[in-house]
Design a protein around this ligand. Structure first.
Ligand code: PLP
Length: 398
């Protein structure tokens, strides 16, 4: 072959050989690198056939799967004590694709009315367009079993419901679902497997917005589904088809965050309990929603299911007042920023009626117990005394 020209040498030098050299090295990277490649190269046709035919394992195209999503899937599977996991580009895509994979036109779903607003919107408005009916049932005070119909396929709830922090009985609901041959999905975003493992209580699928505590640093958007292998096997082709893959960089950041999940969620929970106890006694606070409080109607149920006396980093509080008072408190906190998300290292405040549950009608807000005087705090990893001092000073302004 004649000597190659400059552009050819620039493009092909190293070409695949770099990776083979690493694979043959006596050492391995201490941390899995980021695989920033959209596709994988093969020497011949049978090698690709073998992967498509499941004769060997391997990577073909990063929308299907890539090493960084595989790495996170293994960590999440181990954390939950489950069988398999999938990673998605957002919590919403994880939830929507996992639901669409198991229902068809004419089917029926039972869901809690107190859910993340986007999921409520999907269940209430989008699924109807596909001929799937949803009944919203109060999982705490009503009997879910009563609403099961011959075409019911799925029961859906959150472990700690957003934003009122209600805690349904997971085992009881899983048993009802399985008695009737239904699937039971649980969004465990607020709790994480540090606080509770819904899988151990019988959930078929545990869903996450990994944007929140799993990511934990407010720098990635992602989602995950962790659970039984046969359920994951139904969802996997839909994830590939709809193309909601988590990027290698975001998956790498998520893997790094998961290494410290237990440390972080333990501190988030310990701090949140202290803040909840402070707010509970404050004269300008009408009501505090936190399952760790002995006064919470959810406390006993939560304590029976949750690990190590931890109740998570999220809490809500009703101020004595409405939108004016809520706005004053929000504007009076210098480091506790108004952030329409949650679960970063810093304490933040959100306002469900104006952000996550904005799409709710007045009636839906009332039914879900969401008011204009209600603030939701994501308690961070700062010193608890400093968090309390800042909230205390802001409450003095109303
Ligand atoms: N589930 C819960 C409980 C959430 O709070 C959110 C978002 O706030 C989602 C799901 C949706 O996740 P994402 O924003 O990553 O799509």
């Amino acid at each position: 072959m004649s000597e190659q020209k400059l552009s050819t040498r620039l493009i092909h030098t190293g070409d695949g050989q770099d990776y083979k050299k690493i694979a043959q090295s006596a050492s391995v990277p201490e941390v899995l690198p980021v695989y920033l490649t959209s596709v994988f190269a093969f020497d011949d046709v049978p090698s690709v056939d073998d992967i498509y035919d499941h004769k060997t394992d391997g990577y073909i195209y990063s929308r299907i799967k890539h090493p960084n999503t595989d790495a996170v899937a293994s960590i999440l599977t181990a954390a939950e004590g489950a069988e398999d996991a999938l990673l998605f580009s957002s919590g919403m895509s994880a939830i929507i694709i996992s639901i669409l994979a198991v229902v068809s036109s004419g089917d029926h779903i039972i869901a809690s009315p107190v859910l993340y607003g986007g999921v409520h919107d999907f269940l209430q408005n989008e699924l109807a367009r596909f001929g799937v009916e949803v009944t919203f049932v109060d999982f705490i005070n009503d009997d879910v079993e009563k609403y099961i119909k011959p075409n019911t396929k799925l029961i859906y709830t959150e472990t700690i419901c957003n934003p009122l922090l209600e805690v349904p009985d997971l085992k009881k609901t899983a048993d009802i679902a399985h008695k009737h041959g239904l699937l039971f999905y649980v969004d465990n975003t607020f709790a994480t497997s540090v606080v509770v493992s819904p899988y151990k209580f019988g959930a078929d699928l545990v869903l996450y917005s990994t944007t929140k505590f799993l990511g934990g640093h407010s720098d990635i958007v992602g989602g995950a589904a962790v659970g039984k292998a046969d359920v994951i096997a139904k969802i996997r082709p839909k994830l590939v088809l709809y193309g909601a893959v988590l990027s290698p960089m975001d998956a790498w950041l998520l893997a790094r965050s998961l290494r410290t999940l237990e440390l972080r969620v333990t501190k988030h929970s310990q701090n949140a309990l202290k803040v909840a106890q402070f707010l509970e006694k404050h004269p300008k606070i009408e009501k505090v929603f936190y399952p760790g409080l002995l006064s919470s109607p959810d406390h006993e149920r939560a304590a029976a299911q949750f690990n190590n006396g931890l109740f998570g980093g999220m809490l809500s509080a009703n101020l004595r007042g409405g939108e004016r008072e809520a706005s004053t408190v929000i504007a009076s906190m210098p480091t506790i920023k108004y952030v329409p998300s949650l679960a970063g290292t810093a304490t933040t405040v959100s306002y469900a009626a104006k952000t996550s549950h904005r799409a709710y009608t007045k009636e839906q807000l009332d039914a879900a117990g969401i008011t204009f005087g209600q603030l939701r705090f994501s308690i961070g990893l700062e010193d608890a005394d400093d968090i309390i001092a800042e909230i205390s000073a802001a409450l003095e302004k109303i």
